[in-house]
Design a protein around this ligand. Structure first.
Ligand code: CAA
Length: 258
């Protein structure tokens, strides 16, 4: 159902080891697919997985325009591998360690790509945050988002709090995080957490359709537009108009060969 693509090229470029990291990486032309591939552990995420995500981001083949993040099996991801708990000691440089983990999630917002999370079943903690790191979320009707960190005495620290607030607003974000409750498909769609809800067996097709739509527009214009949109909330109207002009001048010059 999911395209497997040019795995060998991806391995050559990245040298990844899916058995050690629990991640599979495939490239097919302009589309890259990252698969969390430890379904027997509900795609629980390890430090090795987060390092591998960073490595994939650093080595993403230049032709890639769309990155699909998906999980094998019944759940997108059950969050951090609970066996990792306790391995970060208070005496160590925790800030640097967490910054390192966050790098694996941050690059998915790069303006030159569009990232799509294809989410089925549970997306808990780090799983929810990985989905939030993507530009778009297409979800199956059995999706269960849960920000469980506060229930475990922790905060969500894998770059998920900002996109959550941007998407659903502060009050809903407080409600979702501070109760650690489950958000199901209908609510996710209503809140803007999901772009589309489809039956579970149509998830791959829905992602394929969205990918084709995204690839149908000009790449340089898409990159410039994403940059503009990403900066919009941080700018005044006047500043945003100036940013639009600056990007458009570059586009017009490029289209006229100069
Ligand atoms: N870490 C390690 N192993 C996990 C795991 C996790 N997060 N989640 C599930 N597994 C393992 C189970 O231990 C089980 O392994 P065995 O077969 O060897 O016993 C296997 O995956 C299947 O699990 P279930 O039988 O529980 O599967 P299920 O489909 O009935 O339930 C689930 C799925 C609801 C996700 C449930 O497994 C669950 O609640 N898991 C824990 C979720 C969790 O608390 N995650 C941490 C969130 S906090 C975070 O991610 C961020 C942070 O930095 C703190």
């Amino acid at each position: 159902m999911w395209q497997t693509g040019v795995t060998r090229e991806a391995e050559r470029v990245l040298g990844g080891n899916p058995e050690a990291t629990g991640l599979r990486f495939e490239v097919d032309g302009e589309i890259a697919t990252i698969t969390l591939d430890r379904p027997e552990k509900r795609n629980a995420q390890t430090f090795a997985l987060w390092s591998e995500l960073t490595r994939i981001g650093n080595n993403l083949p230049e032709q890639v325009r769309v990155v699909v993040v998906r999980g094998e099996g019944p759940s997108f991801s059950a969050g951090i591998d609970l066996s990792m708990f306790g391995s970060l000691q208070p005496g160590s440089d925790l800030d640097s360690s967490i910054a390192e983990f966050q790098r694996g999630f941050l690059w998915l917002r790069r303006p030159d790509i569009v990232s799509i999370a294809a989410v089925q079943g549970h997306a808990i903690g780090a799983g929810f945050q990985l989905a939030l790191s993507c530009d778009l979320r297409i979800v199956a009707d059995d999706v269960k988002f849960c920000m469980k960190e506060p229930a475990l005495g922790l905060v969500p620290d894998l770059t998920g709090t900002k996109p959550l607030v941007d998407l659903v607003g502060l009050a809903k974000a407080v409600d979702i995080c501070l109760t650690a409750r489950v958000v199901e498909a209908e609510e996710a769609l209503r809140l803007g957490l999901a772009e589309r809800v489809v039956p579970r067996d149509e998830l791959a097709t829905a992602v394929k359709e969205k990918t084709a739509q995204l690839l149908s527009v000009d790449r340089a214009a898409a990159t410039a537009t994403k940059r503009l949109l990403q900066g919009a909330t941080g700018r005044s109207l006047e500043e945003q108009c100036a940013a639009e002009r600056a990007e458009q001048v570059l586009r017009i010059r490029a289209l006229n060969g100069g």
